[in-house]
Design a protein around this ligand. Structure first.
Ligand SMILES: [Zn+2]
Length: 232
C-alpha cells in the first residue's frame, strides 16, 4: 500500500517568516506532490519600526495578509492566519490549542517552524516554535519536525538537514520582495537571501556548494523515525 501523501505545515510567527526560512523547501515539497500549508500565527500589524512609527507609518493586518497572499500566488501553497497580536506572543494554552487544532485539521505529517534556539531572534519566533512543537507532539500524524534558520546572524543554530533550492532561489527572492510594507529590511533583500543559501551549503556540504548548489538549512527533532507502511 502506498504511503499517504505528506501534508507539510509551516507554523511561523509573522507574515514573512516562512518565506525567509523555507520558501524553497515548501515549493520542493509541492513539486513532490505534498500538500503544503503555511500557518501565520500573528497579523504582523506591529511590524513597523519605531522610527517609522514616529513618522506616522502604520499597518493594517489586511495589508500584510495581502502581501503574504501575493508571495504565495500560483504556488499551490495554502495560507492560514491565526490573528494573534505580534510582539507579545507567549507559548501558553491558548496558542498551543489553536496551533494543535490546525495541525490536526490539516493532518500534518511534517512540521516546519522556527528554531528552538531562536532566543536572540525576534521574541515571537521562539514562542511560536515552542507552541508548535508542543502541539505537534499531541497529534499522531506528525513524524518530522524541521526548524528553520533564525534571521539574526547569531545564536546557537546547528543545522543537520539541507534542502537543495538552487533552481528555486529566484522564486524565493521574488516572494520576499512581495512584502512591500517591510521594504528596506536587510534580511529581506536579495543579497542576504543569496548569501544565506550559499552559506548553508559551504557550512555543511562544501563540495556541492563549490558546484554552485544553494540550500535552505534546518535543525530537526524527529518524533518517530520509522512506522509500518500505512500506519503513519
Ligand atoms: Zn518574524
Amino acid at each position: 500500500m502506498a504511503a499517504p501523501p505528506e501534508h507539510v505545515v509551516a507554523v511561523v510567527a509573522h507574515p514573512d517568516d516562512a518565506e525567509l526560512m523555507c520558501y524553497g523547501t515548501l515549493l520542493r515539497y509541492r513539486e513532490q506532490g505534498a500538500a503544503v500549508t503555511v500557518v501565520v500565527v500573528t497579523t504582523g500589524i506591529n511590524g513597523v519600526s519605531l522610527a517609522d512609527r514616529g513618522l506616522g507609518v502604520s499597518l493594517t493586518g489586511r495589508e500584510r495578509t495581502d502581501e503574504s497572499a501575493a508571495s504565495y500566488a500560483g504556488s499551490g501553497i495554502d495560507l492560514v492566519t491565526l490573528g494573534f497580536t505580534d510582539g507579545a506572543l507567549v507559548p501558553d494554552r491558548e496558542l498551543v490549542s489553536h496551533i494543535e487544532a490546525e495541525l490536526a485539521r490539516l493532518g500534518c505529517t511534517v512540521l516546519i517552524t522556527h528554531s528552538l534556539h531562536a532566543g536572540p531572534d525576534h521574541q515571537d519566533h521562539l514562542a511560536a516554535a515552542q507552541a508548535a512543537v508542543n502541539a505537534a507532539t499531541r497529534i499522531g500524524t506528525c513524524a518530522t519536525i524541521l526548524h528553520g534558520q533564525p534571521h539574526a546572524p547569531r545564536g546557537d543554530f546547528h543545522p543537520t538537514v539541507l534542502v537543495d533550492i538552487t533552481d528555486l532561489l529566484p522564486d524565493k527572492v521574488k516572494a520576499l520582495a512581495a512584502h512591500r510594507s517591510q521594504a528596506g529590511r536587510w534580511y529581506l533583500g536579495a543579497e542576504f537571501t543569496r548569501h544565506r543559501a550559499a552559506e548553508a551549503g559551504w557550512s555543511l556540504a562544501p563540495v556541492r556548494a563549490a558546484a554552485g548548489r544553494r540550500f535552505e538549512a534546518f535543525e530537526t527533532s524527529l518524533i518517530s523515525l520509522l512506522a509500518p507502511e500505512g500506519d503513519r
